[in-house]
Design a protein around this ligand. Structure first.
Ligand SMILES: CC(C)(COP(=O)(O)OP(=O)(O)OC[C@H]1O[C@@H](n2cnc3c(N)ncnc32)[C@H](O)[C@@H]1OP(=O)(O)O)[C@@H](O)C(=O)NCCC(=O)NCCS
Length: 136
């Protein structure tokens, strides 16, 4: 049976572990302990899915809870995928947000078709400024 938590903070080790088991670890800085510690400590909202003591899914967001919520990392252990856990993690994330607050994200290549399938609209004017480039 899968249980969900909205207030339980993951340890850096648990976060790296579920990222790795989902394959999202290939696209996240799991070899950089300082980055992982910052991601865990400074997230505004972390919803997790558990099979007993094993974290099998995570939705980690940065948000003001009012206007925008950036869903940075959605990851489900490969052994538990396609059982509705990803949708449930997002529904529980959304349930924490105010009525005007949209979920926003960048899809990983492996999930390019996923978000449209589960109700998201694509946005043609999303922009990224890499950290090593100054604006202007
Ligand atoms: C993408 C991911 C989070 C989806 O989680 P999940 O728990 O497997 O997804 P769900 O069970 O909620 O799937 C809901 C629906 O989307 C479909 N779906 C699942 N993964 C999909 C994918 N990668 N592409 C397209 N459709 C997908 C499911 O088949 C399901 O449809 P159904 O109800 O008709 O069967 C999970 O596959 C994952 O962690 N992938 C690797 C990491 C990754 O790419 N994360 C996204 C970062 S942006």
């Amino acid at each position: 049976m899968i249980t969900y938590a909205t207030t339980r903070r993951l340890t850096p080790t648990e976060f790296i572990d579920v990222l790795t088991r989902s394959t999202l670890g290939e696209r996240r800085p799991i070899a950089d302990p300082e980055a992982i510690a910052g991601m865990v400590a400074n997230a505004d909202l972390t919803v997790t899915a558990w099979d007993g003591d094993l974290c099998v899914g995570v939705a980690r967001s940065v948000t003001d809870f009012t206007y925008c919520c950036y869903l940075s990392d959605l990851a489900v252990d490969t052994a538990y995928q396609r059982q509705g856990i990803g949708v449930e993690l997002m529904a529980r994330t959304q349930a924490q947000l105010g009525p005007r607050c949209n979920l926003i994200l960048l899809a990983a290549p492996a999930a390019a078709d996923y978000y449209g399938r589960v109700g998201f609209d694509p946005h043609p004017r999303c922009w990224i400024l890499p950290r090593d480039r100054r604006p202007g």
